[in-house]
Design a protein around this ligand. Structure first.
Ligand code: MSP
Length: 521
């Protein structure tokens, strides 16, 4: 039985356009999902849209349309982005679907029946931007509200509360005894820090007088469900009939770790007698040209336009290579004033075009010219070849180790050490000189050189398929190999390429004439 693997992303708010942050999270989860599938795990990859709540209601009001019309429109736009980025999700959940609503109502009813939901009156501060209640603890030292909350309003009303505080000591214990629950590790400390203060119970309702766009409470129809309670449940409602719970990984941004994912969600599940998810993989935030990526400035939406120019794979590669998972990163298309700076264009030109693309073409060229397009068998085996094979072993070991911790950037870095080594190998071997020699030993070296470069590229094309699926398919087909569908038996050095018929020419990363400007804020 292959092991199963259930991975999710956050579900995006249906109140604006998709932007870089949304795109990155899907790409990261997609790379992990594709890698798991190719590793032989029965993988289920879920993403979706968070369609209820005040923000959505307000956005619809602004345009004088029904919220359902708005979310239908936005769902189509977000789904189109998934297509543009070649995301391989198995399911797409929308919180207005009835398969989701019934589970939310079932959860609420069960908690109510167990006496874990009560009615009370409190005065609270509310941030619509974060769809979150705040307390005085959330204020800055000068008493003001941090900017991330946007406008904060005070409300006094009767609402239903979930007895969250009852689960605080269980949660602290759980987090401490499951050190991999929150990844990377330093994020865990932030949550434990938050949990040092006593938690408040969680308000899980909104009176319909104020908010109608939500799921009705099953035990009091004059209220709708608080949007976070509704949204978090998507991870479970989408697979309720599939036997896939618990999720292996929830991929989320750092802003929604605590309290929603690290506090509300595990406590809700605990109260319901359901296992918590195995892991929260928390990524940092993208800025664009060192400025906050935001909907209002438009910069983060525009940054998606590079997909049209450079293709999805180059974009996927850049995002994965540039962001160390957990830390923040800056998206820069090009920086003419600082030629040494690493940007999207520099990675495209150097890592992709020069290091990888040109290597493929050199191979096709030499094999075409000297072997009628058929990759030769490796005859000679000298130190240079042995070194190259060793470098592959080192590189794939580091790749696997980094990938196991979802540190895709480090994995790619290790792989490019090998790709650079192949370029250095070809320079050292100088096959163009060997081809002119009449000496049989030189011919054997030429055989070995082209066979090794072909094999190295086959290995690279295989391991990189989850990151750049279309490009790797093309690479492999052009060196006369089938596209890679699994890793097993495919990642060790072999003679698999011997006799493969290569294409005449293959441009993996066409040069782009004028580099795009980085969208400014
Ligand atoms: N709807 C909630 C999530 C509910 S999950 C049960 C939400 N939506 S969101 O649209 O605001 O954000 C969706 C995801 O995108 C979050 O994980 C968030 O961290 C991520 N990003 C939004 N902007 C981002 C960047 N600038 N950079 C990286 N990711 C960021 O929160």
């Amino acid at each position: 039985m292959p092991s199963s693997f259930y991975i999710t992303t956050a579900i995006d708010y249906a109140n604006g356009s998709p932007h870089l942050g949304h795109a990155y999270e899907k790409v990261l989860a997609d790379v992990i999902a594709r890698h798991a599938r190719m590793s032989g795990r029965k993988t289920h990859f879920l993403t979706g849209l968070d369609e209820h709540g005040q923000k959505v209601q307000q956005a619809a009001q602004k345009r004088a349309i029904e919220p359902q019309v708005l979310v239908d429109e936005i769902a189509a736009v977000f789904q189109a982005m998934l297509g543009d980025l070649n995301i391989s999700n198995d399911d797409y959940i929308r919180t207005t679907e009835s398969r989701h609503k019934v589970v939310v109502q079932d959860f609420l009813q069960r908690l109510f029946d167990q006496g874990l939901i009560y009615k009370g009156q409190k005065t609270d501060w509310y941030s619509t931007r974060q769809e979150q209640f705040l307390t005085d603890k959330d204020r800055d030292p000068d008493g003001s509200w941090p900017e991330i909350y946007g406008e904060v309003t005070q409300t006094t009303e009767e609402n239903y509360y979930f007895k969250l505080s009852q689960f605080q000591s269980w949660l602290v214990e759980y987090i401490k005894s499951h050190p991999d629950f929150i990844t990377p590790r330093f994020r865990q400390n932030q949550v434990l820090e938050f949990l040092k203060e006593p938690m408040n119970d969680l308000c899980i309702s909104r009176p319909k007088a104020r908010l109608t766009w939500g799921i009705e409470l099953p035990f009091d129809t004059s209220y709708v469900t608080y949007v976070w309670f509704d949204a978090l449940t998507n991870y479970y409602s989408a697979v309720v009939d599939k036997g896939l719970w618990p999720a292996d990984v929830h991929v989320i941004g750092k802003d929604i770790l605590s309290p929603p994912h690290a506090v509300y969600w595990p406590c809700m599940l605990k109260a319901l007698g359901i296992e918590p998810p195995r892991q929260l993989l928390v990524h940092g935030w993208w800025t664009v040209n060192n400025q906050k990526a935001s909907k209002s400035s438009g910069n983060a939406t525009d940054s998606l336009s590079v997909v049209k120019t450079y293709g999805a794979d180059a974009f996927r590669f850049y995002l994965c290579r540039e962001m160390v998972v957990g830390e923040d990163a800056d998206f820069v298309v090009s920086d003419e004033k600082n030629p040494g700076r690493i940007t999207f264009s520099s990675r495209y030109r150097q890592d992709l075009g020069n290091n990888l693309g040109n290597l493929v073409n050199r191979l096709l060229n030499m094999v075409g010219r000297n072997y009628g397009g058929s990759i030769p068998a490796a005859a000679a085996d000298e130190d240079l070849e042995k070194n190259l094979r060793q470098l592959w072993c080192d590189s794939i070991k580091k790749y696997d180790e980094s990938f196991a911790e979802y540190q895709v950037s480090h994995a790619l870095e290790a792989l490019w050490v090998f790709i650079s080594a192949m370029n250095a190998y070809i320079e050292a071997r100088a096959p163009w000189k060997l081809a002119k020699s009449a000496d049989a030993a030189d011919r054997a070296r030429l055989d070995a050189c082209l066979a090794h470069v072909a094999e190295g590229l086959r290995l690279v094309g295989t391991i990189l398929t989850p990151v750049m699926p279309a490009t790797c398919d093309k690479l492999l087909v052009n060196i006369g190999r089938p596209v890679a569908t699994h890793f097993e038996g495919q990642l060790t050095w072999s003679a698999a390429c011997t006799g493969s018929k290569v294409a005449e020419k293959c441009i993996l990363f066409p040069p782009i004439e004028a580099p795009l400007e980085t969208p400014s804020a």
